[in-house]
Design a protein around this ligand. Sequence first.
Ligand code: SF4
Length: 477
Amino acid sequence: MDERERQLAYIEKCRELYEKKVEELGRKLSFHVTTFGCQMNARDSEKLCGILESIGYVQEDEEEKADLILFNTCTVRDNANQRVYGHLGVLKKYKRLNPELKIGICGCMMQEKTAVEKIRKSYPYVDIIFGTHNVFKLAEIMYHSYTSEGMIIDLWEETEQIVEDLPVDRKYSFKSGVNIMFGCNNFCSYCIVPYVRGRERSRRPSDIVTEIEKLVADGVVEVMLLGQNVNSYGLDFVKKQKNGTLEEDVEVITFPELLKRIEKIDGLKRIRFMTSHPKDLSDELIEVMKNSKKICHHMHLPLQSGSSRLLADMNRHYTKEQYVELALKLRREIPDIAITTDIIVGYPGETKEDVDETLDVIRTVQYDNAFTFQYSKRTGTPAAAREDQVEKAQVQEQFDRVLSLVQETSKARTALLEGQVLSALVEDVDEQQEGYVTGRLGNNNCVHFPGSIALIGSIVEVKLTKCMGFYYIGEMV
Ligand code: SF4
């Protein structure tokens, strides 16, 4: 029996236990999942929900009413862990009120031994703990929790295993995230991800294409290909091929080649991807984007800092000049591309002159949008151990400089499109204005325009009549 079949068998076993419980209680059991962190976690939560619904559980919006509360944690910042501990205290009360309640914690934070130890000692009423590598095992873990006493802890330090085709409950019917790889090999000095998500593992191209074909058959028109560094997709296969450990039926292709295959899927209208590490962004990828009819002209290209000195210290493997050259090449080759970025202010040892370099890059690249963060010490990373942490007041002062320039450039970029007619995927009704819907443009900006709920999931042409700073008001044409 392969791992997928084993897990489907556990879903079946859990379903039998679940049905007995339903009979005993005279009501259905419900679950509530809280997701912290990035898009990878959001996608993992969809998988968790899919498994729970296959067992029979129903989603409950109010946490205190649920019979299973699951936290899918993030650990990118130290204070994220504190929030989880704080909330676990509240759950103790719920457990007294509902003897059926099970509490589970999973995700990145659980890959840290100290966090698991703390939960074991201080929060003994938690029922299940598992990590990032074995999300697919939820039914098996639940089964053990139902049939034995005490806390079930199932943690893997690493895995090569990728289990395909288990149930997923997608948040949106018309768009979906698709993991193309897991883990990260880069060890940027401030980041905990490689320690908690393990080394890069690519999914087989055929599995990715099959998953997308099924999604399209189910009504999906847009996919977001997910990976910590999508540009290094397939490199783990190349390495294995060289040392003779690659399984025979695995096809070795690059990320641009994968994009070309996905482009051929009939019925799929839009392709997005994130995140692209600048050090691995190839000319081949730019060429494929340029010639594609489906890949959105949006590139999220994290800069982090404009100072080559700090970039070396961060272990980013590019200089300011290399980054700028790459961004300008993107603008030259694909003139309507939107470039967005991540910037950290206050990295250990950062001076005002370093921030001047960052401002210089912002001015040159003219970002369409930028997520600007104040450096936050992450225990367990090399940067956290540095003694030259920057004073809070100085971080704030430099952060304000960066933020104000970023806002200025992104407003100017947004204004450039006023008056144009562009395609928008209608994602939701506009909560702020009755009779309006919200659509997402290829460049990732939003446009609000008059329309009905029936438009959700369709791609329509919209004239951007008025730029409102970072979004538009429009009308369908
Ligand atoms: S590329 Fe760097 S910042 Fe991104 S996940 Fe990997 S280590 Fe973290």
